[in-house]
Design a protein around this ligand. Structure first.
Ligand SMILES: [Zn+2]
Length: 328
């Protein structure tokens, strides 16, 4: 049973009911339309493209919120299924991590193994498209619920890592932040017998490894003060640092539209921004395969792969001179 992962990210996944309704629409269209004109999937994608491209053309100060669906194409799995429910045991919570040495040993053993894949992940088309939007001066701020640092790797600069970054380690006693790469080397040196384990990578950079005795795994304390070291991410049971929430809220107050990419918004830390956008009356748009908690608030939803939808819409707008002429 996996668990040692940070907070709960979001999810991307197609809602079966929605997929069915598309299929039924196809069948109905085929029945009444001559062959060659019954291309509902294409038409649906075209319509989504149009609406998304129009949004990008007519809004210059986007507040973008990204979730796990943005990183699945980079090989980082998500936590939730198409309906927004857990598809694996929930990630580790702050209380047990701090209170139980064996829980920490299990977390860091799995994390040490998972990091070798997670740390190698590279940005995908969704990250690159969002970086292109920023380069075209269309993004007020990008707030991500992901902890993988892939937006920065794709050259996005105005990024708030709402839930922290897995490439850092924090001392819970003195507050020092250490590079994960150094801590990884230390873990591997202390636990040579564990280096050969191979296990599938789990959503937050750990690995699906179980059925082993974790009690022999050695986890060093912070050398300077003896404090407990924890990945620099927000675990369940912890609050998002106030500074990050304020920075995001401030940007949202200046934004002229909000775009949610690959998040079901099941976690309140992200959902609250959708509520705030709706309250302000600015367009709220989601690119997500599956249910989102904000469905009732959305101006429209693009039920497609994030990378596909974003790459097309960005190519059709900011990367072409004709798309830049439309003002906000
Ligand atoms: Zn310390």
């Amino acid at each position: 049973m996996p668990a040692p992962s940070p907070f709960l990210a979001s999810n991307a996944g197609r809602v079966d009911a929605a997929a069915d309704s598309v299929a039924h629409a196809d069948a109905a269209a085929s029945a009444v339309m001559p062959a060659g004109q019954a291309s509902s999937p294409t038409q649906a994608a075209d319509a989504s493209d149009d609406r998304l491209a129009t949004l990008l053309r007519s809004h210059r100060r986007l507040f973008v919120l990204t979730g796990a669906g943005c990183s699945t194409d980079s090989g980082i799995p998500d936590y939730r299924d198409r309906a927004g429910a857990w598809k694996r045991p929930p990630p580790i919570a702050f209380g047990p991590f701090m209170a139980e040495p064996l829980t920490r040993a299990r977390y860091w053993a799995r994390s040490m193994i998972g990091w070798r894949s997670f740390g190698q992940a590279r940005p995908n088309r969704a990250h690159h498209a969002l970086a292109a939007l920023e380069a075209a001066d269309r993004i007020e701020l990008l707030v991500t619920q992901n902890v993988d640092g892939l937006h920065q790797a794709a050259n996005s600069r105005a990024v708030v890592d709402l839930h922290g970054r897995l490439d850092g380690v924090r001392c819970m006693q003195c507050g020092a932040r250490l590079p994960r790469a150094d801590f990884q080397a230390e873990l591997e040196a202390l636990n040579p017998d564990w280096r050969d384990f191979v296990a599938p990578v789990a959503p937050d950079g750990d690995a699906d490894l179980d059925g082993v005795d974790f009690s022999g795994f050695r986890v060093p304390a912070h050398a300077a003060c003896g404090g407990i070291l924890k990945p620099d991410v927000v675990f369940f049971g912890e609050s998002v640092p106030r500074q990050r929430v304020l920075a995001a809220s401030d940007a949202l107050s200046r934004a002229d539209a909000m775009l949610v990419v690959g998040s079901s918004l099941m976690v309140y830390s992200g959902y609250r921004f959708a509520l705030a956008a709706a309250e302000r009356g600015i367009p709220l748009v989601s690119i997500n395969r599956g249910l989102t908690r904000a469905d009732a608030l959305l101006s429209f939803k693009v039920e497609e792969d994030c990378g596909d939808a974003l790459a097309r819409a960005v190519a059709a707008t900011v990367l072409q001179p004709c798309g830049i002429s439309d003002g906000a």
